[in-house]
Ligand binder design. Structure first.
Ligand SMILES: NC(=O)c1ccc[n+]([C@@H]2O[C@H](COP(=O)([O-])OP(=O)(O)OC[C@H]3O[C@@H](n4cnc5c(N)ncnc54)[C@H](O)[C@@H]3O)[C@@H](O)[C@H]2O)c1
Length: 268
């Protein structure tokens, strides 16, 4: 018996990194997966890999900033699987740039994905979960949602927003007696492709804020880990997925509005 046996789960941003590891882990533990992302090729690959291993998964192209797209994804999930038990709001981007160099357009783009996307997921998942007797929503924030990070101020704003939005929604659901739990997860420095996409506006702009891999226009996460993570190493996507699995499953049945920090000691 898997830890999320026969549950139906949507994982956004499931084509890569933490979302991919989470989708694979939930599927191994018995859930039926709806994996969504804007990266179609990679997303299809993840779903096919799960099916090849005997799990159940479909992939859907889904931009989390698009309200109509959310309506469709949730309706199709209910149509094909009969309910919705788990939503992992994981899709996200990080824009690494000093605040004075950040364009309003980038500020809004990051907010649209990291915060508006979580709002829309919650808005459409709650009625669907309520109709099937309850569920668990896991919103992926960050240690950057708990304390400031130079170069990632816009990201701080979105992830801090996710943290407190989660708590408000958790209380609203509990107060309404919906049996829907809502929690946030706060990863530290995790080895995923997000870091290779983060540097915007040139590495010379951020090299005095964070160590960068010269010429690669990417952050040197091993150097950051050595400098800022008490355990001295970067985390893996699987180490985050284990926390998400716990919050998604009924093992965490008394938890709502809480924040699970998985950061090698950064915020200790
Ligand atoms: N890697 C870390 O160190 C770290 C630390 C803290 C928090 N996080 C958070 O974890 C989550 C997953 O990030 P990751 O590290 O696995 O990065 P990743 O880049 O590997 O995965 C993010 C996924 O989100 C998808 N995505 C981006 N925009 C989207 C949109 N508009 N609609 C749908 N999908 C979209 C991307 O295509 C990608 O597949 C993010 O919310 C991120 O902020 C990551």
């Amino acid at each position: 018996m898997g830890r999320v046996e026969n549950m139906v789960a949507i994982v956004t941003g499931g084509a890569s990194g933490i979302g991919r590891a989470t989708a694979e882990m939930l599927a191994r533990e018995g859930a039926t997966l709806v994996i969504t992302d804007i990266q179609e090729g990679l997303g299809e690959e993840v779903a096919r890999g799960i099916e090849a291993g005997g799990g159940k998964a479909v992939f859907k192209v889904h931009d989390v900033t698009d309200e109509e797209n959310w309506r469709q994804v949730v309706a199709e999930t209910i149509g094909s699987s009969g309910g919705l038990d788990i939503l992992v709001n994981n899709a996200g981007i990080g824009i690494l740039v000093p605040v004075v160099d950040m364009s309003l357009e980038d500020w809004r783009r990051q907010r649209a994905i990291n915060l508006d996307g979580v709002f829309l997921g919650v808005k459409y998942a709650i009625p669907a979960m309520a109709a099937s007797g309850g569920g668990s929503i896991v919103n992926i924030s960050s240690v950057a949602g708990l304390r400031g990070s130079p170069g990632l101020t816009g990201y701080n704003a979105t992830k801090g927003g996710v943290r407190l939005f989660t708590k408000g929604v958790a209380k609203e659901c509990a107060g309404a007696g919906l049996n829907i739990r809502v929690n946030s997860v706060h990863p530290g420095i995790i080895a995923t492709p997000i870091w290779t996409k983060a540097v915007q506006g040139g590495e010379e702009k951020v090299s005095d804020l964070l160590p960068v891999n010269e010429g690669a226009n990417a952050v040197d996460i091993d150097a950051i880990a050595q400098a800022t993570v008490p355990m001295g190493v970067v985390g893996t996507a699987e180490e985050i997925a284990y926390g998400i699995l716990f919050l998604a499953s009924n093992e965490s049945s008394h938890m709502t509005g809480s924040e699970l920090v998985i950061d090698g000691g950064i915020t200790a």
